[in-house]
Every structure is written in C-alpha cells, then in structure tokens.
Design a protein around this ligand. Structure first.
Ligand SMILES: [Zn+2]
Length: 533
C-alpha cells in the first residue's frame, strides 16, 4: 500500500486553497487580473507557511491559458506541465546547494532567451539568503534590467540576511504564521477527505503543536494517523504519539506547587519521566498551561485566545480562583528561564527539580515577584490558623469569679446562644478563619465576599455579600448556609442566621459597612479591655 504524505497530497494548487495568507493572495490575484505582474518578488516567513506553494501557483497563474479569477486553471497544458515539474519555463533552484557565482551566471545566460513555451520564464530561488555575496552581486545585475518575460521569486526564512540592494528591487511579501483556528479548520477538511474520524480536541492539539506551520501540522497529523491507522483519532492518542503531557497532570502539579508541596511536585515529575515524556516539551507545555491560566485570570474572553477542551476549562476556572496574578507571573518567569537553560543541558531533570523547588519556596528568590508570593504564602498561613475565640467563657469567668472551674458548662451539649451585635463584629473579624474551614470554589467566592450585619436592629443575621458573579449558585443555598452556621457556632459559640446576596442586588437598609481589617482591630482592643477588668 503506497501512502502519500498529506502535505504533498493536499498541497494547494490554486490561490483559494492557500490558508492564512489572504493578504498576499489577494494582492497577487489582483495583479494577475490587472496584468500588472512584477519582475521580482521576495517571499519571507517562517517555514511551512506556504512560500514555495504560493510561488508555484503564481508561476502557473502567469502562464495559464485560461486563468480563473487570477488563479491557474490547472487543466491547460501549461498548468499541467508546471504541476508535473516538466515545464521548461519554470525553474526551481535551491540556493542552499547552489549558492555560488557560477550558478547565478548560468541563470543570467539563460535569461537572455525567451521562453519556448508559455508567456513567462519563472525562477523560484528557495532559501535565497544562502547565496554567497558574489552570487548576490550576479543576481543583482539581472534584477537591475530584467527582460519583460522573466519573473524572479525569491523565498527566504531569513529576510535580514538579504542585501539591501536586492531587497530594494523586490516586491516584498511577509507570510504570517498561520493561526491555530485556520490550521485546525484545514486539518478537519483533510481528515474528512481522507475519511479519518477525529475528535475536535485532537485536531486542535495537532494544530497548536505545529506552531504556525501548515506543513508541520500535516506532518504531525500524518504521524498520528499512521500510528493509529484505521482508528478514530482521539485526543489521548494524539498526546500519546506526540509525547505530550495531559492538562490534568499540569493541573495536579500546579495545585501541589500552590500548596508549597515540594515532594508532591517532584513525585509528579517522576511520574512524567517514568511515563517517557520528553522533558523539554514538558517545560514548554507547562509554561503554556500557566500562560492560559494567566489569560483566564486577566481577560474576559480568554477562551477565544486559548486552546483547551471544555473539561479543562473547568479546571482552569477553578485554578484561576486559587492563584494570584503576581504568583502566576513569577511561575511563568521561572519556567521561561528554565526553558532557555534546559535546551543544551545534560542535567535536564535536576534543572526542572530546582525550578519546582523555587516555585514551591518563594523565599529562595529575592525578586519583587517572589516577595509577593512570600506574602501570599504568609497570608494563607494566617488564614488557615484556627483563631479560637470563645468570648462567652472568658466573659463568664471574668464577670462571675465564684464560678468554679469544674462547673464550666458542657459546651458540646449546649445550644449556642444567639449572636449579639458585638458578636457579629467578632464574626466579621474572624471571617478569614471561618472561610479557611471551607473548600474549593466556595472558599474562593467567600474570600472575596464581604460579611456585613445590621447594626441598627441588632438581629443575629450575618449578611454575606458576594462580589464575584460566579458565586450566584451559592446564594440562598441551604447546604452552604448550614455549613457556615455550623462553622461559626463551632468557632465563636454563637448562633447566627445567614443571608446571602450578590453585590449587584438591592441591599437591606442599615447594613454596617465594617471592613474585616477594622473589625479585627476593634476586636483586638476589646479583648484587651476584657483582660484588664
Ligand atoms: Zn491553466
């Protein structure tokens, strides 16, 4: 069974099929339609973006007997000869292997003769930056006075290496890296034509891995199809073939790092290594993951710019609530530096381990962003430290010195007393430690919420005003209310009614706008007074 590589089989043979380079295609077809064809073109851009493909189409179009809308017909003898590579008037030269003066002199001599077939002689010089300086000079002479029937198309990945004298005689076209969307669309089309079933996620992953190059995308897709011939191309299979790491692992790793769990992080790295993952790729992919997270955190419509499945969106959403922008930026910086170091290192694993430790232990670094991170870790510790304040017990002993220690009422059995306004203030002051006992998304929402109470009526009601729209589902959720009532009762010995609302909602009148910090301060002062009396 013979197999033609996808990128050969599906090489565009007309301008309409060239994807992602509309700015170039439009200009060229307009030139052809108006018959205002230039004599020297320079096609610049990274590999696999369609430079030689467009050059070939242009060569066909200018010679075509019945061009359709500026594109070649692909049916006339001229089109067919060029397509087959047998045409005498289209000459392809690879400057990488023909870079001497003599090669160019040969061209100069040939140029003197009119084409024997077709209207134009087209010279396509690929990798033109490889020409020697003597060869460039010889080429310049031809470009200065080109015969009317000659077209030069110079293609290069490194335009800065082309002498200015040459540049100034060419129409320059910059080929863009092709977007993931464009590549993915094209891949889906081809898969349909090839009758290969594939998951959308899988296709997008291949498109992303190709990094802007359609040719690379097709080669990668080829690899995946060949490996699982006749089977559906799933995301997992693509990951398997391309040796990539699944997002789920990144999610776990990031959570370990945020917890400052060095052993846990290194264990996940170990897991990856035994799984045979390529370490440089892991570093790149994890950096990409954190970049996505940063986008989710900082931008409203991040999902247009990033490339993740719906399940993974959920993970990202959760994590974006767990991590601060500064922390994330520090992580990305450390990992970008790592990517540079690791490339030529023989100790890749050790370098990665060191980077993971750096992430887990911001104290090891002294830059500004690591200081932010150290503050974050300290804040978290304060928040999670159980703040025990049972004002009832201390007040009772202070007010009633006759109360004997063994007569202390059994707290467990007793129904907690209704909270007075003073107690509500204490609850606000201890808000962080109350929130600290919850978990997951709820915790993130409560952290940002503002606790309030009604100072006028003195009702034992704690209002929780959510600031984040994502908290909507928690409003009036009885389970959450019960959980919070229970935590508050346990921490303060007081019973409160919980009422939840969104910050956008109309609020009841007279709610005390007391900040947690203020409440904490006042609360500390109050405790001191109790001690003194
Ligand atoms: Zn034709």
């Amino acid at each position: 069974m013979s197999y033609t590589a996808l990128y050969r089989k599906f090489r565009p043979d007309n301008f309409q099929d060239v994807k992602g380079q509309e700015h170039i295609v439009t200009t060229l077809t307009n030139q052809i339609k108006a018959d205002r064809i230039g004599h020297a073109y320079l096609f610049c851009g990274t590999r696999g973006t369609g430079k030689t493909t467009v050059a070939k189409i242009l060569a066909k179009a200018v010679n075509c007997q019945n061009p359709v809308n500026g594109s070649p017909c692909n049916e006339c003898p001229s089109c067919r000869a060029i397509q087959a590579g047998t045409a005498m008037n289209v000459i392809e030269i690879d400057a990488a292997s023909n870079n001497g003066v003599d090669n160019i002199r040969e061209i100069r001599e040939e140029v003197a003769y009119r084409p024997t077939e077709g209207k134009y002689k087209v010279y396509i010089i690929d990798e033109v930056h490889m020409l020697s300086s003597g060869a460039f000079n010889a080429l310049l002479k031809t470009l200065e006075e080109p015969p009317s029937y000659v077209i030069f198309i110079l293609a290069t990945t490194e335009a800065h290496k082309i002498p200015v004298t040459i540049l100034s005689r060419c129409q320059r076209y910059d080929f863009h890296r092709i977007t993931i969307d464009t590549i993915a669309d094209r891949l889906s089309q081809l898969l349909k034509a090839e009758q290969v079933e594939a998951e959308e996620k899988a296709v997008r992953y291949v498109a992303k891995a190709a990094d802007g190059s359609m040719r690379d995308a097709l080669s990668l897709l080829d690899q995946c199809i060949a490996f699982y011939l006749g089977q559906t191309l799933t995301y997992d299979r693509v990951l398997e073939v391309l040796g990539a790491v699944d997002v789920e692992v990144f999610s776990r790793l990031l959570r370990r790092i945020l917890e400052g769990d060095v052993t846990g992080s290194i264990r996940i790295l170990e897991e990856l290594i035994t799984g045979g993952k390529e370490l440089s790729q892991f570093v790149g992919d994890f950096t990409w993951y954190m970049r996505n997270l940063l986008l989710v955190k900082t931008s409203e419509d991040a999902y247009d710019a990033i490339d993740v499945s719906r399940e993974n969106q959920k993970l990202l959403e959760e994590e974006s609530q767990m991590v601060e922008v500064e922390t994330l930026m520090r992580y990305i910086r450390v990992f970008s530096e790592l990517a540079g170091q690791i490339r030529y290192s023989t100790q890749k694993r050790i370098l990665i381990e060191m980077a993971l430790i750096k992430l887990c232990r911001p104290a090891m670094e002294t830059n500004l962003d690591s200081l932010f991170d150290r503050i974050r870790v300290l804040e978290k510790k304060i928040e999670e430290r159980p703040v025990v304040f049972s004002p009832s017990a201390s007040l009772q002993t202070a007010q009633n010195p006759n109360l004997r220690m063994d007569e202390k009422p059994a707290e467990e059995a007793r129904e907690p007393a209704k909270a007075a306004p003073e107690d509500l203030k204490k609850i606000v002051a201890g808000w962080r430690s109350i929130v600290g006992e919850t978990g997951g998304m709820l915790k993130q929402m409560l952290k940002k919420a503002i606790p309030k109470y009604n100072a006028d009526t003195g009702e034992p009601v704690l209002f929780i005003e959510f600031q984040d729209f994502l908290a909507e589902p928690y409003v009036e959720n009885e389970e959450v209310k019960a959980q919070l009532t229970e935590i508050i009762a346990r921490q303060t010995g007081k019973k409160v009614k919980i009422q939840m609302l969104m910050s956008s909602q109309k609020k009841p009148q007279g709610l005390a706008e007391i900040s947690i910090e203020q409440a904490m301060k006042e609360n500390i002062r109050m405790d001191v007074i109790v001690e003194e009396s």
